[in-house]
Design a protein around this ligand. Structure first.
Ligand SMILES: Cc1cc2nc3c(=O)[nH]c(=O)nc-3n(C[C@H](O)[C@H](O)[C@H](O)COP(=O)(O)OP(=O)(O)OC[C@H]3O[C@@H](n4cnc5c(N)ncnc54)[C@H](O)[C@@H]3O)c2cc1C
Length: 270
C-alpha cells in the first residue's frame, strides 16, 4: 500500500494551480484533502507524476452569501460545513450531510470540492448538492463556467470537469424554510451509503442507485401532483439503475430507495 513515486508542489493561488495544471497536463492531479486520492494512489488506481496541493489556498476556502445563494469555497472542509451557522440556517440539509461523512478525521481533512470532483455515486455531498439544486464553479485557462449539479456528474466517478479545470466554488440556493429530510443506510457508522436519500423542497436525490447521484423524478412528480409522501415514495426507484456488491443486490437497493424516501419525506424538518 505504498504509492508510486510522485512530485509535489503547493499552489499559492487558484491561478497558480491552473497554470500548473496546464503545464503538467495528464501527469498532474489536484490534491485537496487527500482522503480519496491518496487511497487510490496507494492502490495504484491513480499514479500521477505530480500532485498540485490546493489545500492552503486561502481564496478557495470559506463560506459567504451572494444574494440568494451560499458560496462555498472548494477547499472548505466537511467539518466546517457541518459547523457553519450560515449553512445550518440557509441549507441545513448540506450541513447535516457533511456531519455524516466518514469519521471526525475524514471530516477535518476532506473538502467539498474534493468530494464533488471525486464523484463517488455513494457519497453524501454530491447527493446533497443535487437535492438542493446547487451548482459548481469551474475555472480553467479560458475562464470560469457554472455547471448545475444535475449536469455535473457525468458517469461513474466522472464529472463535467475538463482537463486543466479546477473546481473553485460551490453555489447553493439559500432556502431556510424548505422542509428537508436525509436518510443514509449504512452497516457501520463511518461507511458510505448503501443507499442514501436527500429530499429538499420537492426535490429528491438518491445515492448509490446508479453511476451518478440520481433524481427520483417520478416520486418528485407525484409529490408535485399532490400525492402524499407514502405514495410518492413507492415510485422512488423508478428509472434508477442500482449496481450490486457485497452489501446489497439491485432489488434490495430498490427496496431501500422506497423505504428511505418514505422516511425522508415523512420526517422532513424545516
Ligand atoms: C475511510 C473513509 C470513509 C469515508 N466515508 C465517506 C462517507 O461516508 N461519505 C462520503 O461522502 N465520503 C466519504 N469518504 C470520502 C471523503 O469524503 C473524501 O474526503 C472526499 O471524497 C474527497 O475529498 P478530498 O478533499 O479528500 O479530495 P482528494 O482526495 O484530495 O481528491 C479527490 C479527487 O478530486 C480531485 N480534486 C480535489 N479537489 C479538486 C478541485 N477543487 N478541483 C478539481 N479536482 C479536485 C483530485 O484530483 C482527486 O481526483 C470517506 C473516505 C475515507 C478514506
Amino acid at each position: 500500500m505504498i504509492p508510486a513515486q510522485f512530485d509535489y508542489v503547493a499552489a499559492e493561488s487558484a491561478t497558480h494551480a491552473i497554470d500548473l495544471l496546464a503545464a503538467h497536463g495528464d501527469d498532474a492531479k489536484v490534491l485537496a484533502g487527500g482522503h480519496s486520492l491518496l487511497p487510490m494512489m496507494k492502490l495504484r488506481l491513480a499514479q500521477p507524476e505530480i500532485l498540485i496541493d490546493i489545500a492552503r489556498i486561502g481564496e478557495l476556502a470559506g463560506i459567504s452569501i451572494d444574494g440568494d445563494e451560499l458560496v462555498i469555497g472548494a477547499t472548505t472542509r466537511h467539518a466546517d460545513l457541518a459547523a457553519s451557522e450560515l449553512v445550518r440556517t440557509d441549507a441545513p440539509l448540506l450541513a447535516h450531510a457533511a456531519s455524516l461523512v466518514g469519521d471526525p478525521q475524514i471530516r477535518h481533512r476532506g473538502t467539498i470540492g474534493g468530494s464533488l470532483a471525486h464523484a463517488d455515486p455513494a457519497a453524501d455531498l454530491p447527493m446533497a448538492l443535487v437535492a438542493l439544486g446547487g451548482s459548481v464553479e469551474l475555472r480553467g485557462p479560458d475562464g470560469t463556467r457554472l455547471v448545475a449539479a444535475d449536469d455535473f456528474f457525468a458517469g461513474f466517478f466522472e464529472t463535467a470537469l475538463e482537463p486543466g479545470e479546477l473546481l473553485t466554488a460551490v453555489r447553493v440556493p439559500r432556502r431556510p424554510d424548505d422542509p428537508w429530510g436525509y436518510q443514509k443506510f449504512v452497516r457501520r457508522a463511518n461507511d458510505w451509503a448503501i443507499v442514501g436519500v436527500a429530499a429538499a423542497g420537492g426535490r429528491i436525490a438518491l445515492a448509490n442507485m446508479g453511476p451518478v447521484p440520481v433524481r427520483a423524478r417520478a416520486a418528485e412528480h407525484a409529490l408535485a401532483e399532490g400525492a402524499d409522501a407514502a405514495h410518492a415514495a413507492e415510485l422512488a426507484a423508478e428509472g434508477t439503475s442500482p449496481g450490486e456488491d457485497i452489501h446489497a443486490d439491485a432489488e434490495y437497493r430498490r427496496h431501500l430507495a422506497r423505504v428511505l424516501t418514505a422516511r425522508a419525506l415523512a420526517g422532513q424538518r424545516s
